[in-house]
Ligand binder design. Structure first.
Ligand code: AMP
Length: 179
């Protein structure tokens, strides 16, 4: 399996969820066992020797591969969720989206100052969601933060947006946004 073959398995859905957006549907890669395994194995290869203690997934597509990576590298899994979903006391970050604002939350007691964290999501577009997640984990106060997305949508400058804010991100591969 190669990155090219995984890219081929991702379905483009034009005008979803709104006109003008080309949606990258990863479900057509996830249901192919060899693609799913490739994603898991690539992440394990990159992050296994960094002392990561917690993999933090961003709701909801950041929840798909992250837990199996966490198990393989000997880390735990922590969810970042949309507002009102987590039952315990939470930390919150409010951030700007393309249309309006959004809030994300994490359990206050989910991370410790000793944790080395990998924050994971499926797709990096403008970088807004990932940066909000980094701010949230910074608020929790951990030792070190790594960030990863499976896919970078090229042409949206998400990597630059993050770099301008001191965040370096690794993606498994890039796809042109309108490819
Ligand atoms: P952003 O905050 O702009 O980087 O957007 C990233 C989040 O939105 C990720 O959680 C993605 O799953 C989702 N997303 C953004 N653009 C797309 C797209 N074209 N296709 C699929 N998901 C997308």
């Amino acid at each position: 399996m190669t990155a090219k073959e995984v890219i081929k398995a991702i379905r483009n859905v034009p005008d979803f969820p709104i006109p003008g957006i080309q949606f990258k549907d990863i479900t057509t890669a996830l249901n192919k066992p060899e693609c799913l395994k490739w994603m898991r194995d690539e992440l394990v290869k990159r992050y296994k020797d960094l002392g990561i203690t917690q993999v933090v997934g961003i709701e909801s597509r950041g929840f798909i591969v992250a837990p199996s990576v966490a198990i393989e590298i000997g880390a735990g899994f922590v969810p970042i969720r949309k507002p009102g979903k987590l039952p315990g006391e939470t930390l919150k970050v409010r951030y700007d989206k393309e249309y309006g604002k959004d809030t994300i939350e994490i359990h206050k007691d989910a991370l410790t100052p000793e944790d080395i964290v990998l924050i994971h999501d499926d797709i990096l577009a403008t970088g807004g969601s990932m940066y909000a997640a980094v701010e949230l984990v910074r608020k929790a106060g951990v030792k070190k933060i790594y960030t990863n997305c499976l896919i970078e949508l090229e042409g949206l400058n998400g990597k630059q947006f993050l770099a301008d804010r001191g965040v370096e991100i690794e993606c498994l591969f890039g796809i042109e946004v309108n490819e």
